[in-house]
Write a protein that binds this ligand. Structure first.
Ligand code: FNR
Length: 186
């Protein structure tokens, strides 16, 4: 398979000033040359409904699925909502997993990073998402675990990444690059 590997980045927050979106963009800059990270938007996907997916699927489903199919690897960057996966991200996972037998996730190496201003760092969302990824046959990076608490201080008012979190993000994306190298399917 040709490098750089295309990494589909799914961000679990839809808000413009999202910390998680900014972390995704920061990781894209820190990534080694073997990876090309691109955010695949999930905000315009209608709520998954098997009725509207029968026959002619919504155009938003088609383009999302095409983007997913074109990827070699997956990166999930998400906040936690009520100790679980935000609905928008779970919806995207459901859309991408269908039609049955044509999932865009199968076998692609993945990683999950969760971040929250709170102390728990999105642990609940991170592991609930991992539960779905087991079923979807996504081999998920184990270490370093990435439950980032205190995320309100990761960026200054100008949007610059803090020096405090940068080394961890570098370690995470370097470990993920190695994981992709080891698990990507040709
Ligand atoms: C939250 N937030 C939150 N935080 C957390 O650590 N654990 C949680 O269970 C929840 N639950 C939750 C539910 C809902 C509906 C909202 C809107 C928010 C707070 C959340 O972590 C915070 O808003 C983050 O800043 C959201 O991430 P982004 O949008 O900055 O990426």
């Amino acid at each position: 398979m040709n490098k750089p590997y295309n990494v589909a980045v799914l961000v679990g927050s839809l808000r413009k000033a999202s910390i998680n979106r900014r972390l995704a963009l920061a990781l894209a800059e820190l990534a080694p040359p073997s990876l090309k990270l691109e955010i695949i938007e999930i905000g315009d996907l209608p709520l998954y409904n098997e009725d509207i997916d029968a026959g002619t699927a919504p155009a938003a489903y088609d383009s999302f699925r095409a983007n997913l199919k074109a990827s070699d690897a997956l990166l999930f960057i998400t906040p936690e909502y009520n100790r679980s996966v935000p609905g928008a991200l779970k919806n995207a996972v459901d859309v991408g997993s269908r039609p049955y037998g044509k999932s865009g996730f199968s076998g692609k190496p993945g990683a999950v990073l969760s971040a929250s201003p709170g102390a728990v760092g999105g642990f609940g969302a991170n592991h609930h998402l991992r539960q779905s990824l087991v079923f979807l046959d996504v081999p998920v990076l184990q270490q370093p675990e990435a439950y980032l608490g205190g995320a309100g201080s990761f960026f200054d008012e100008a949007g610059k990444l803090s020096d405090g979190i940068r080394p961890f993000l570098q370690k995470f994306i370097d470990a993920y690059a190695l994981w992709v190298e080891q698990h990507v399917r040709s």
